[in-house]
Write a protein that binds this ligand. Structure first.
Ligand code: FES
Length: 559
């Protein structure tokens, strides 16, 4: 692209014509304050903090494209005075008494106040009171802190695809609202939490993170969520010197989720209060008694002959490989691992989809990030959507077509007419698979049952029900034990969470999980992702990978 010439603060520069003034100034290393602007969102130009002067006219840098012969000045008295006036008015409009605000110390409005040397309120302040909405499980909205930048509204629609937040009224009466002005907790909000991540002030806050600490007091760790096979990118704020996580943000640089998270990855992973299995227990005639690690090791050695292993898809590749090494080819998956039609599309490609077929899964409830990708294209870019399910599916209200799964054959006429369709499915019967495979215009995204189902596929660990004298069971989700033929076996169960099925075990061993564990897994696209260890285990549990390595004689230390 041919460059154009402009002047910036008296210097001639050549720049690309497809940029905004803000982008050009940033590339030149010239600081321009912003407030409503937020890089992943479409520029809006509402706050006017970023004004610059071009040939005597004040313009917003974030929304003005560069054009030939511009003469941009960023530090004239009129630029500085205009920015200051905007800031003084913003500070006066609602309640911005920073010392009483939860986000003081990491508020972008407060930072601007310091940058422009505001040391007092010049105009009457806080004349109107606005409501505080504490109806939501994870998020609180204090409208008194709102600067109406609408970052939350844009993030909720453009990025997360939920289109829950909007606004009502005008001028100083403007309010950010959910749906048709419902309390957030009663609205159609799916708790992805992106609004709280992009809010520049203390308006929308993550309740759990409140008062736990500031970003400056945090170690930031980049990782991937291992609670479903999407594997969203996480930006984890761990309190420095402490063993807890303050909050989790979506990682904008993730090449899986591109900043999006669902309720599970952002909130539930930190609220986890499932009861943990602690220590090592051996069943005898009186019930279970605690035994030492050394006793467990000798027991394992005596039980490895005539032994098989069952695993679930929560295990990382490294753990699965060690289990494979220990049990050779006698490793079976507790749950199905097959993809009826293999995935041949990336999550990123969903943004170019023009017709989505979602089968047997409610993407507002499961695989939420995939739901965001679909919804932002269906609602935002007018892509078509067909929902095929057995019963209620909350995506149906935005769908162009809704079919019962038993009528899938009837949908074929519609699907064949489309140039290209993207089929997203969780499970399919053989017949349904055949119908869909006959479509030459279709690409497929399989939503596997478990986090590392693709890892199980790659290691050729298949779902089967096999009995043996000694059975070792490893995994997080062990409800499936009820279907395994283990009544006559000596059974050793390695798991992080209590479950009624565990009491079929002769030995129960507590293992690490969540942010206590590290390793790699393959997500639904087949990308190898890494989960980092962030916390020390708070319980008496073994590190499964280290323990298996020790049993195999690969390490000298057991934990
Ligand atoms: Fe440009 Fe708000 S940052 S108008």
């Amino acid at each position: 692209m041919e460059k154009i010439r402009i002047r910036v603060n008296g210097n001639e520069v050549e720049v690309s014509p497809d940029k905004t003034v803000l982008q050009v100034l940033k590339e030149l290393g010239i600081h321009v304050p912003v407030l409503c602007h937020y890089e992943p969102l479409m520029p809006q130009g509402s706050c006017r903090i970023c004004v610059i002067e071009d040939r005597g006219v004040l313009k917003t840098a974030c929304t003005t494209p560069v054009e030939p012969n511009m003469d941009i000045k960023t530090d004239t008295p009129s630029v500085i005075n205009s920015r200051k006036l905007v800031l003084k008015l913003l500070f006066s409009e609602r309640n911005h008494y920073c010392m009483y605000c939860e986000v003081t110390g990491e508020c972008e409005l407060q930072d601007l106040g310091y940058e422009f040397g505001l040391d007092h309120f010049e105009f009457p302040t806080y004349e109107r009171r606005f409501p505080v909405d504490n109806s939501h499980d994870f998020i609180m909205i204090d409208h008194n802190r709102c600067v109406l930048c609408r970052r939350c509204v844009r993030a909720c629609s453009e990025i997360a695809g939920h289109y829950v937040l909007g606004e009502m009224e005008r001028g100083i009466d403007t309010m950010i609202i959910a749906d048709m002005n419902l309390p957030l907790g009663s609205s159609s909000c799916v708790s992805c939490g992106l609004c709280a991540q992009v809010c520049p002030t203390g308006t929308i806050i993550d309740k759990r993170a409140s008062y736990l600490g500031r970003e400056l007091q945090s170690d930031i760790i980049y990782s991937n969520c291992d609670l479903c096979p999407v594997g969203c990118g996480l930006e984890i704020y761990k309190k420095k010197g402490a063993n807890f996580i303050i909050k989790i943000y979506g990682d904008w640089n993730s090449d899986v989720s591109y900043g999006v998270l669902c309720k599970v990855g952002r909130f539930l992973s930190l609220y986890d209060n499932k009861e943990r299995v602690k220590g090592i227990r051996l069943k005898d005639e009186f019930g279970y008694r605690r035994i030492h690690e050394d006793d467990l090791l000798s027991l394992i050695k005596s039980k490895l002959n005539n032994a098989i292993a069952y695993v679930d898809g929560s295990l990382f590749n490294e753990e699965l490989e060690l289990i494979r090494e220990l049990f050779k080819d006698k490793v079976y998956s507790i749950y199905p691992t097959e993809s009826p039609i293999p995935t041949n599309i990336n999550l990123k490609d969903l943004d170019n989809g023009s017709f989505f077929v979602v089968i047997g899964v409610d993407l507002n409830r499961e695989y939420g990030t995939v739901g965001s990708f679909v919804k932002r294209n269906v609602i935002g870019k007018k892509a078509k959507l067909m929902v095929v399910d057995k019963g209620f599916n909350s995506l149906a209200k935005i769908a162009d077509y809704v079919f019962n799964i038993k009528d899938l054959g009837l949908a074929l006429d519609i699907l064949k007419k489309e140039k290209e369709i993207i089929v997203i499915y969780k499970s399919l019967s053989k017949d349904e698979g055949k119908i869909l495979e006959s479509l030459s215009n279709a690409r497929f995204l399989h939503l596997p049952l478990e986090t590392n189902t693709v890892g199980l596929q790659k290691l050729r660990i298949k779902h089967d029900k096999v009995s043996a004298e000694n059975v070792f069971i490893f995994g997080r989700n062990l409800e499936g034990i009820r279907d395994l033929p283990i009544e006559n076996s000596f059974t050793l169960i390695f798991t992080p969470y209590e479950n009624n099925q565990l009491y079929k075990g002769d030995v129960i061993v507590g293992v690490n999980d969540g942010f206590e564990r590290e390793g790699t897994f393959y997500n639904l696209e087949g990308k190898k992702l890494r989960k980092e260890k962030v916390l020390k285990p708070a319980y008496d549990v073994i590190d499964l990978k280290t323990f298996l390595s020790y049993v195999l004689g690969k390490t000298e230390k057991v934990s």
